[in-house]
Design a protein around this ligand. Structure first.
Ligand SMILES: [Zn+2]
Ligand SMILES: [Zn+2]
Length: 140
């Protein structure tokens, strides 16, 4: 199970500082787990009484990406989002009308497909990104 204290521990063990902002940002991303934009993260920081400028937020996001604690997801031509790398791998259902995003967990079909890719093309898949676009329950 992915635990927020494990993340803090890992950062310290790697010899990095656990600053207030860094800790708060991990907390925000961990609480939500799915798709947050940089500006949403900034808003949440200020709600909890921490003000961080854009540069600081992007620098911290860069650090967390580099440490493989979060991943970056670009949804079509829209914004870039960030989420915690979680052991429960999920995909996104994006509504093209109201822009809402839902999470979906999809068995192991994709894992099998990746094994086939390896057999057929000798290509070792390390990661994938998959979003489904359509109309949500409310917009259908
Ligand atoms: Zn997600
Ligand atoms: Zn919708």
């Amino acid at each position: 199970m992915l635990d927020i204290d494990n993340i803090f521990e890992k950062i310290k063990l790697d010899g990095h500082r656990l600053t207030k902002i860094r800790k708060a940002m991990i907390g925000i991303l961990f609480a939500d787990k799915c798709l947050l934009s940089a500006s949403e993260i900034r808003t949440r920081l200020s709600v909890s009484g921490l003000s961080a400028d854009r540069t600081t937020v992007y620098r911290e996001l860069g650090f967390l990406l580099e440490k493989n604690i979060i991943k970056e997801i670009r949804i079509a031509d829209r914004k870039t989002y960030y989420e915690i790398v979680s052991p429960e791998h999920h995909h996104h259902l994006v509504c093209t009308k109201c822009n809402s995003v839902q999470e979906i967990v999809m068995g192991n079909h994709l894992k099998r497909q990746e094994d086939r890719i390896y057999k057929k093309a000798r290509f070792k898949v390390l990661a994938h990104s998959l979003e489904f676009y359509g109309l949500c329950r409310n917009c259908r």
